[in-house]
Ligand binder design. Structure first.
Ligand code: PEP
Ligand code: MG
Length: 619
C-alpha cells in the first residue's frame, strides 16, 4: 500500500487536543489508550456522519487502474503536452496541500514526511521525469499516460544499475508520483467497491462525491479519509447514505493493512485501527444503543411535525439518487425538497439523454405518491465534476467560483434544455417544482424561464405531454448576492430554497470541503443569519414559499432558530427527518420566535451558539 503521507509515519503520538463532539478542531493521530495491542492506533478527524461502524479495512490503492496507451497525431502533440502540464500543476497543488496536513503530525513525523513531500514536489517541477515525459510525447507521439509509464521504466532501469540503497529506494517515490500524475490525467473518478466483504470500512486519501455516490451501504460499513471537510458533498452523501464517516484524518493510511479491524466513530471523529478487544466490545455496545435509538425515533413516522402551540412544519427529504427514495418514505418525508440531479451525470462516459432523465424523474415522482418533488437542475462544477466536464473545461483555478450550476447550464444551453424537457415531461406524473442552483441575478432566472418556454413550445408542437400548468420555478438562495437581492428575486421566482451550505461558504469565504478551515465554517455567524432572515422576510412579503435545504435543516440544534425566523419548510437527509420532527413537536413557537429575535440582536457567533444551546436545553 502506498499512502499520501508516505511510509515512516509513526503509529502513535500524544493526544494534544480536546475531545470534540462532531466536526471542527485539528485532527491528529494518537495511540490507543489502554491498548493491549501493539499495533493499535487511534486517529482524529472530522466526524461528519454520526454512527459507529466496525469492520475490516479496505485501503483504497490510489492509481490501481489500467493505463491507456495510444498514438497521437502530430497536430495533437501540443495539446497533449498541455494536458500533461495541467496534471503536473494539479499534482503540485495536491502535494502542497498534503504538506500542510503533515504539519499537524508530531514533530519527527512531520519533518520526515515534509522531506519526502518536498522530494515529490521536486519530481513534478521541471524534473528529469517531467522533461522526459514531454520529450516522449513529442518524440514518440504517445499519450501522456503512456509517456509517464515509459519514462518511469527508463528511470527505474538507470537506478537499478546503481549500487546505492538510498537511490534504489527513491524509485518507489518516483512511481508514486507517476501514479499521482496518471490519476490526474485520467480524471479518475470511478472506483468499484461492490466486491468487498460486507461491512468493509473504506480508508482512502480522498473520496470524491462521485466516488461516494457509488458506495452501497449494504456492502460498506463506513469510511474515513485524509482529505475533506464537514460540509462538502462527500460528507453530505455520507449522511444521506447513513454511513458513519470521518474525514480530514492526517496519517490515516500509514501502515494500515487490508482486512485489519477498524472502528469509525462518525460522531466523535475518531478512527481506531486494530483496536484492543475491550474497546471493540465497548463500541459494539454503543453501536447497538444507537440502533435502538434510531428504531425508537422511527415510531414518529406517522405523527405530524407540529409545534406544541399548533404550527405545522413541512419536513422534506434531500435526495441524490433514486435508490434513496424508500428511505425518504420510510422516515416520513412529506416530499422531496431537493433532488440533486447532478448525480445522474457522474461516474459515466456519456451524458444521460432526455429519455433517460425523464425515466428517472418519473420514477421519483411516481414513487413519492402525490407528494411534491423539487428537482434542481444540475449543480455540476465545484467539487462535483463529472468526468466529461473536466475533459471539456479543464481544472478551474477556483472551482467553487467557476463555471458551476446554472452558469454551466446557461453556457451549455443544450444540456439545460435537455434537462428542462425531461422535467416538463416528468411533471405530467405528479407535482413537480423546478429549482435553479447558484442563482446570482434576476436575469439568470429570466433566461431560464425563456428557455423553459421555448422547450415547452417545442414539446407541445411535437404533441408530447408536458406538465400543465408549467411547474413552479424556484431559486436556490445560496450566494450572498442573491440573498441581498432576495426582494427582487422574490418577484422572479415562485419559491425560494435557502442553501445554507453554500451561503455559509460564500459569505465567510470558507471552502466547505476543506478540512483545513473546517473550524471556521459557522452557519451561526451573524452575517449568515442576517442573510437567511432577509431572504425569509422577502419571501414572506412576496407570499412565496421558502424552505431551508442546507445541512442545518437536518440538525435539530437549529430547528428552533429557523422556525423562529419564519421558516416553515425544511428539507434534509432522509435519516434526519425523525430527530428534527421530535424537536419540532417539543417546541413552543412563540418562545422560539422570541429567542430568535434575541439572537438576531447579537454580533458574536459564540454568544449566539450559547443562546441557542441554552434554549434547546430548556425547551
Ligand atoms: C446548499 O448549498 O446549502 C445546498 C443545499 O446545495 P448543495 O449542498 O448541493 O450545494
Ligand atoms: Mg449549494
Amino acid at each position: 500500500m502506498k499512502s499520501d503521507l508516505p511510509p515512516g509515519v509513526p503509529a502513535g503520538g500524544p493526544v494534544s487536543g480536546p475531545d470534540r463532539g462532531g466536526s471542527g478542531g485539528t485532527p491528529h493521530p494518537e495511540s490507543v489508550s489502554g491498548s493491549t495491542s501493539s499495533s493499535g492506533r487511534a486517529l482524529r478527524g472530522l466526524g461528519v456522519s454520526p454512527g459507529i461502524a466496525i469492520g475490516p479495512a479496505h485501503v483504497v490503492e490510489s492509481g490501481a487502474v489500467a493505463i491507456p496507451e495510444y498514438a497521437i497525431a502530430s497536430d495533437a502533440v501540443e495539446a497533449e503536452v498541455a494536458r500533461f502540464n495541467e496534471a503536473a500543476t494539479k499534482a503540485r497543488r495536491q502535494i502542497k496541500k498534503l504538506k500542510g496536513k503533515a504539519l499537524v503530525l508530531p514533530d519527527s513525523a512531520s519533518e520526515e514526511i515534509g522531506f519526502l513531500l518536498d522530494a515529490h514536489l521536486a519530481m513534478v517541477t521541471n524534473s528529469r521525469l517531467t522533461r522526459g515525459v514531454e520529450h516522449r510525447i513529442k518524440q514518440d507521439r504517445v499519450n501522456a499516460e503512456a509517456a509517464i509509464q515509459a519514462e518511469i521504466a527508463a528511470i527505474a532501469a538507470t537506478f537499478a544499475g546503481m549500487d546505492d540503497a538510498y537511490l534504489a529506494g527513491r524509485i518507489d517515490d518516483i512511481r508514486e508520483v507517476g501514479r499521482r500524475l496518471t490519476r490526474n490525467l485520467m480524471k479518475q473518478e470511478y472506483r468499484a467497491f461492490s466486491s468487498l466483504p460486507p461491512g468493509s470500512i473504506i480508508l482512502a486519501e480522498e473520496l470524491t462525491p462521485a466516488d461516494t455516490a457509488l458506495l452501497d451501504p449494504t456492502v460498506v460499513g463506513g469510511f474515513a479519509t485524509v482529505l475533506g471537510g464537514a460540509e462538502g458533498h462527500t460528507a453530505i452523501l455520507a449522511r444521506s447514505l447513513g454511513l458513519p464517516a470521518v474525514l480530514g484524518a492526517p496519517g490515516l493510511l500509514a501502515g494500515v493493512r487490508n482486512g485489519v479491524t477498524v472502528i469509525v466513530d462518525g460522531l466523535q471523529g475518531r478512527v481506531l485501527i486494530d483496536p484492543p478487544a475491550e474497546m471493540l466490545a465497548d463500541y459494539g455496545e454503543r453501536r447497538a444503543a444507537r440502533e435502538r435509538e434510531r428504531q425508537g425515533l422511527k415510531s414518529l413516522r406517522k405523527l405530524p411535525a407540529v409545534t406544541r402551540d399548533g404550527t405545522a412544519v413541512t419536513l422534506m427529504a434531500n435526495l441524490e439518487l433514486p435508490r434513496d427514495l424508500d428511505q425518504a418514505l420510510e422516515h416520513g418525508a412529506q416530499g422531496i425538497g431537493l433532488l440533486r440531479t447532478e448525480f445522474m451525470f457522474m461516474n459515466r462516459d456519456h451524458l444521460p439523454d432526455e429519455d433517460e432523465q425523464y425515466a428517472v424523474l418519473r420514477t421519483m415522482i411516481e414513487g413519492m405518491g402525490g407528494r411534491t418533488v423539487t428537482a434542481r437542475t444540475m449543480d455540476l462544477g465545484g467539487e462535483k465534476l463529472a468526468g466529461w466536464m473536466a475533459g471539456r473545461y479543464g481544472e478551474p483555478a477556483n472551482p467553487a467560483l467557476g463555471l458551476r450550476a446554472i452558469r454551466l447550464g446557461l453556457r451549455e444551453p443544450k444540456l439545460l434544455e435537455t434537462q428542462l424537457a425531461a422535467m416538463l415531461r416528468a411533471g405530467v406524473h405528479g407535482p413537480l417544482r423546478i429549482l435553479l442552483p447558484m442563482i446570482a441575478s434576476v436575469a439568470e432566472v429570466q433566461k431560464v424561464r425563456e428557455m423553459m418556454g421555448q422547450v415547452a413550445r417545442r414539446l407541445r408542437r411535437r404533441n408530447i405531454a408536458i406538465a400543465d400548468p408549467l411547474p413552479p420555478v424556484g431559486v436556490m438562495v445560496e450566494v450572498p448576492g442573491a440573498a441581498l437581492s432576495a426582494d427582487a428575486l422574490a418577484y422572479a421566482a415562485d419559491f425560494f430554497s435557502i442553501g445554507t451550505n453554500d451561503l455559509t461558504q460564500y459569505t465567510l469565504a470558507i471552502d466547505r470541503a476543506d478540512e483545513q478551515v473546517a473550524t471556521l465554517y459557522d452557519p451561526l455567524h451573524p452575517a449568515v443569519l442576517r442573510l437567511i432572515q432577509f431572504t425569509v422576510e422577502a419571501a414572506l412579503r412576496a407570499r412565496i414559499p421558502v424552505s431551508v435545504c442546507g445541512e442545518i435543516a437536518g440538525d435539530p440544534r437549529y430547528s428552533a432558530l429557523l422556525l423562529g425566523l419564519g421558516v416553515r419548510e425544511l428539507s434534509m437527509a432522509p435519516l434526519a427527518v425523525p430527530a428534527v420532527k421530535k424537536r419540532i413537536r417539543a417546541l413552543d413557537l412563540m418562545e422560539a420566535s422570541r429567542r430568535a429575535r434575541v439572537i438576531m440582536d447579537q454580533s458574536d457567533s459564540g454568544r449566539i451558539a450559547t443562546l441557542l444551546d441554552d434554549f434547546n436545553a430548556i425547551l
